[in-house]
Design a protein around this ligand. Structure first.
Ligand code: PMP
Length: 395
């Protein structure tokens, strides 16, 4: 009989020739336990998903309680489902007046698809502006506004009338004009190498969008739900987007996403024709129950402050030969090393020491540091010390 490992390599569609291939038995807190008996520190949280750590007891309990009540009952937007409505209410309590309505989806890319469609429908325009080195997901609409040619070219033609600006640059801002439906951006670029926007530049983008009537979409799929030291990173910029997209850490390990906007903008989805944007599973009750518990824990346990504490410890701890910089905000950090070789050596050697680190999609000299916000202090210290000694050994 085939083992699960055989089945993985034979029957599960692969996305590269070099999957990490850890065979997971279970996961708890900031640890993976593998079939071959290893205990591995998860320092990337499933790419910024498991912010409370794996299987937070309150999230697990909420899932179990919901499973005993009902699973899927009806397509999105038709029935009143308690976990969904209460989750929307709690999310709204964390957002400004103009973002108090949320449309639930299943994933990050689906949230961006919805946001782009909403902007087109509301403005009755089609031109879109994205940024170089951005990442918004792999479905056609999100890929159309993703700013890396290597990922786009195999799938051309994508959406027409999409233009790319340089992140943090004032050049060509007049491309944002009266024909523009939306400007979509990550206020802190994730896959592009953990690059925060400059505050005055972001404010200028906001101003330009308002002047020409284009909607500003912030993709906070990676940066949302406390990871950067505020609930959403835009709250550190005094800039409010017209549409906010979210996913990843939103469901405490369950699949869910969403996009928030104003009542006025969401009116565009109701009519001409009605039901012009629907989803079967968006806002699944079990995912919403998990998301609600996840957000409640995030607030009750003040984990957002902990993100800042992680930033201080990592930034002060990781200095020295071979390290170019540690950048980012809160627990969304990138460790830039002097060369590709060094980066590879450190990531591989850390894995041998049972520490899982990651790359970002568009950079090969950057190590992604995104531990669960609940990581115990001694484990955080251990990872910092191990990284320091590996870097100085190889540099
Ligand atoms: N936007 C950003 C900023 C992301 O980081 C990601 C995922 N890495 C996505 C969108 C796509 O999310 P998903 O994989 O859930 O579709």
């Amino acid at each position: 009989m085939n083992t699960s490992k055989d089945n993985f390599y034979q029957f599960v569609a692969q996305t590269s020739d070099f999957p990490i291939g850890l065979e997971i038995d279970r996961a708890e807190s900031c640890f993976f336990y593998t079939k071959d008996g290893k205990k591995i520190i998860d320092f990337i949280s499933g790419i910024a998903v498991s912010s409370l750590g794996h299987r937070h007891p309150k999230v697990v309990q909420a899932i179990k309680e919901q499973v005993d009540k009902h699973l899927h009952v009806m397509v999105y937007g038709e029935f009143i489902q308690k976990p969904q409505s209460d989750f929307a209410g709690l999310i709204a309590s964390q957002l400004p007046e103009s973002l108090k309505r949320v449309y639930f989806t299943n994933s990050g890319t689906e949230s961006n698809e919805g946001a782009l469609k909403l902007a087109k429908k509301f403005t009755e325009r089609s031109k879109l502006i994205g940024f170089k080195n951005s990442y918004h997901g792999d479905s056609h609409g999100s890929l159309s506004v993703t700013g890396r040619d290597v990922y786009r070219e195999p799938f051309l033609p994508l959406l027409p009338d999409v233009h790319f600006l340089t992140f943090n640059s004032y050049e060509n801002l007049d491309l944002i004009d009266e024909k523009t439906a939306a400007v979509i951006m990550e206020p802190i670029q994730g896959e592009g190498g953990i690059v925060p926007a400059d505050k005055t530049w972001l404010q200028e983008i906001r101003k330009r969008c308002t002047e020409v009537g284009a909607l500003l979409i912030f993709d906070e799929i990676q940066s949302g739900f406390g990871r950067t030291g505020s609930m959403f990173v835009f709250q550190q910029y005094d800039v409010v987007p017209d549409i906010l997209t979210m996913a990843k850490a939103m469901g405490g390990g369950m699949p869910i996403g969403g996009f928030a906007s104003s009542n006025e903008i969401f009116e565009a989805f109701k009519n001409d024709p009605p039901l012009n944007h629907v989803t079967t599973f968006g806002g699944h009750p079990v995912s919403c129950a998990a998301g609600l518990a996840n957000l409640q824990v995030l607030l009750d346990e003040d984990l957002i402050q902990r993100a800042k504490w992680i930033e201080e410890k990592v930034k002060s701890g990781l200095t020295g030969r071979g390290i170019v910089e540690v950048r980012g905000k809160g627990a969304m950090l990138g460790l830039e090393l002097a060369s590709r070789e060094l980066t590879q050596q450190v990531v591989e050697a850390a894995m041998e020491k049972n520490i899982l680190l990651g790359w970002t999609l568009h950079s090969n000299t950057l190590i992604r540091l995104a531990p669960p916000l609940t990581i115990p202090e001694e484990i955080l210290d251990l990872v910092i010390e191990t990284l320091k000694s590996l870097i100085s050994e190889f540099a």
